[in-house]
Structures are given as C-alpha cells and as structure tokens.
Write a protein that binds this ligand. Structure first.
Ligand code: NAP
Ligand code: GDD
Length: 325
C-alpha cells in the first residue's frame, strides 16, 4: 500500500517541490486547496505534476474542514506548509496571519490527536522566529526566539504547540526551522524573486527600474528543492524532533542584486535600483545565518545548490518566461 501524505500549501513554493519528491518515492499525495473562483496551478505546472496530486478542499481557518479531512484521509504524514507567509503583510494583517499560522496548525494537531494519532506531523517553522537573536552570528536549535513581526510571533506559537502535542500526547510532531529558501517558483513579493523578475524585465527592455527597501539585510538563502528533502527526512526518523535547516552562509540583499544584474551582463546596477521607503519594515530582521549541524548529523542532510547557482537559476528562469511570452 502506498503511503499517504497530506500537504497544506500545495499551490505555494514548497508544496510543489515536496509533492514532487513524495510522488517520486511512491506516495499518494493529497493537496489542500481553498475555495477559489480560479485556483492557480502555475507552480505545479512548472514542475509537471499537476495531474498527479489529489486535491481536497478545505481552509486553515475552518477547523471542521481539517477535522473532516484528517478523519477521512487518515494520512501517514501531514506536512503543514500553508501560511500567510509574507512578513511585510503580517504587519498590516496581524489577525489573519495569526489565524492561519497559529490556529491552523493547532486545528491540524487536534485533528490528529482525535482522529488519527499515529499520523506524523511536520510544522513549517522558520528562522524568522529568531529575529534579533544573533549572538555569535549563527542560529541553531538552542538559540532563543525574539520574533520581529506578527508573522514571526505567529510561528513561535505554532512551534511551541507542535512541541506541546509531542510532549503531552506522544504525537510524532516535528518542527523544521527553515532559513530562507528560494526557487524559480518563489512568490514575486519576496525579495529574491522580485529582484530576478525585475532584472529580467530590465534586461529585455520591459522595465526601467527596480524599487527595493533595505539592501543591508542579510539572509541565509538556499534552494527550495534541497530543503523539502530535509522535511521528508524529519518524518522518517525514529523519534520526532526539531531541526534547523540552512546553508551556514549568508549574503546581503545588495549582494543578491549585484549578482543578479551581473548574470545578465549589467555591472552598473545602481542606475536601475531605486530605494523606496514603502518596502522597508516597521521592525527588521537584520542578519540570519544557520548552524545546521544537527540536520547534517542526524538527518544526513546537506544543501547542494550554492548561492551563485541559485541566483543564476532564478534569473535564467525569469528571462525564459518573458522571452517565451
Ligand atoms: P507560500 O509560497 O507563501 O505558500 C503558502 C501556501 O499557503 C499557499 O499555497 C497558500 O494558498 C496557502 N494558504 C494560505 N492561507 C491559507 C488558508 N487559509 N487555507 C489554506 N491554505 C492557505 O510559502 P512557501 O514559501 O511555500 O513556504 C511554505 C511554508 O514554509 C510556509 O508556512 C512558510 O511560512 C514556511 N517557511 C518558508 C520559508 C521560505 O523561505 N520559503 C522559510 C521558513 C519557513 P494560496 O495559494 O491559496 O494562496
Ligand atoms: N519582500 C521584499 N521586498 N523584501 C525586501 C525588499 C523588497 O522590496 N527590499 C529589501 N527587502 C528585505 C526585507 O526587508 C528582508 O530583510 C529581506 O529583504 C528578505 O525579505 P523577504 O524576501 O520578503 O523574506 P523574509 O526573510 O522577510 O521572509 C521569508 O523568509 C522567512 C524565513 O526566514 C519568508 O519566506 C518567510 O515566510 C520565511 O519564514
């Protein structure tokens, strides 16, 4: 019998990469989609797996829909990737962010506890929870949290609820504390894709400028295709646990911009970049860098794609998209 995986956030960035990995391993994959007038399958299409996923309807805000799905699907593994995941929007929509990111995982954990207690649960936790904490320049599983946005705060709640269900009810529930990971199907609001999309348009004469906020922020950027392997590995362990996942190397937004322009042969990038205060945040996370030794040791996980390769992959994909249009 094929193993059953239930993925929330199937239409986002990570959902399709994870679904592809699990399908290749022979899983039956169920993907949660909300009620839409017109759902967007572009990311699944990009990976060529749209017709291989079974779609089930529900919403992270609708407790009963999640109870019903866990009760009827009885999945072996649940990967909770759904979120209001854009940090900037969480400042203006803090309540919505909390409902989806904090209560949503609680509903799923309750559903597992009541209806399918042997189901394994993965929670998409985030380096954003560390926020300001950066004592020796790195963050790992022992670093205290100091979230700097309603998004970060909402994810801290879900992190601890996951730990609590593990400790209180013996549920196999693990947190993946993932640092920023990107790909050609990253949402265009996030800075990496905004840059690579903007650079492609400038290169092809479709745009004249790229408006950005804080160029000094530093992130530990990896490739989503590598990171979903860590999610899968966490649920294959004997015991549930929490793991930091990142490359251990970070770069500034400025470095990302410079390299993206260089990829298309533009060296005077300053000519095109406009600093626009609307893209700065009320509270910033200045510097994130992972110490992922535990993931390496226990999971045997290593990232493959390095920063220059990631930037190149994303710029080339955006150029191709516009050239094909
Ligand atoms: P993403 O592209 O923003 O995808 C999030 C998904 O959540 C979307 O498909 C969205 O559905 C779905 N969603 C939002 N609200 C929902 C609701 N009320 N009911 C059902 N589905 C809902 O995010 P991602 O980059 O793939 O990240 C996956 C997860 O990892 C998120 O939880 C994120 O917070 C976390 N994370 C991401 C990173 C990163 O660097 N990418 C790092 C650490 C943690 P629609 O398509 O319908 O909008
Ligand atoms: N989005 C955006 N747009 N960010 C900008 C811009 C801009 O125009 N200009 C500068 N930045 C800076 C932000 O201020 C931030 O410091 C950095 O670029 C990265 O921003 P995002 O790409 O939006 O990602 P994030 O780090 O805030 O959050 C992402 O990573 C988290 C993991 O650390 C998201 O994927 C979260 O869901 C995830 O948890």
């Amino acid at each position: 019998m094929a193993k059953k995986a239930f993925i929330t956030g199937i239409l986002g960035q990570d959902g399709p990469y994870l679904a592809k990995l699990l399908l290749e391993k022979g899983y039956k994959v169920y993907g949660l989609i909300r009620r839409y007038s017109n759902p967007n399958f572009d990311n699944l299409n990009f990976l060529g797996i749209t017709n291989q996923v079974d779609y089930v309807e529900g919403d992270m805000n609708d407790e009963a829909s999640l109870y019903h799905l866990i009760k009827t699907l009885l999945p072996d593994e649940v990967y909770n990737l759904a979120a209001q995941s854009f940090v900037a929007s969480s400042f203006s929509q803090a309540k919505l962010t909390t409902e989806v990111n904090s209560l949503g995982p609680l509903f799923l954990l309750n559903a597992i506890k009541f209806f399918s207690p042997t189901t394994k649960f993965y929670q998409a936790s985030t380096s954003e929870m560390f926020g300001l904490k950066n004592d020796d320049g790195f963050q790992d599983e022992k670093t205290p949290f100091h979230p700097r946005s309603p998004y970060g705060v909402s994810k801290v709640y879900a992190y601890w609820m996951t730990v609590n269900f593990r400790e209180a009810y013996g549920i196999f529930a693990s947190n993946g504390i993932l640092f920023n990971h990107e790909s050609p199907i990253r949402g265009k609001q996030f800075v990496t894709r905004k840059i690579t999309d903007g650079v492609a348009k400038i290169k092809l004469g479709l745009s004249k400028e790229l408006r950005l906020g804080n160029l000094d922020a530093r992130r530990d950027w990896g490739y989503a295709g590598d990171y979903v392997k860590a999610m899968y590995l966490m649920l294959q362990q004997e015991k549930p646990d929490d793991f930091v996942v990142g490359t251990g190397e970070n770069h500034s937004v400025r470095e990302f911009v410079e390299l993206a322009f260089k990829t298309v042969g533009i060296s005077d990038w300053q000519k095109y970049v406009v600093i626009d205060p609307q893209f700065k945040r009320p509270a910033e996370v200045p510097d994130l860098k992972a110490r992922a030794d535990k993931a390496k040791k226990v999971l045997g996980w290593q990232p493959k794609v390095k920063f220059p390769e990631l930037v190149k992959m994303m710029v080339e994909a955006d150029l191709k998209r516009y050239q094909e249009k």
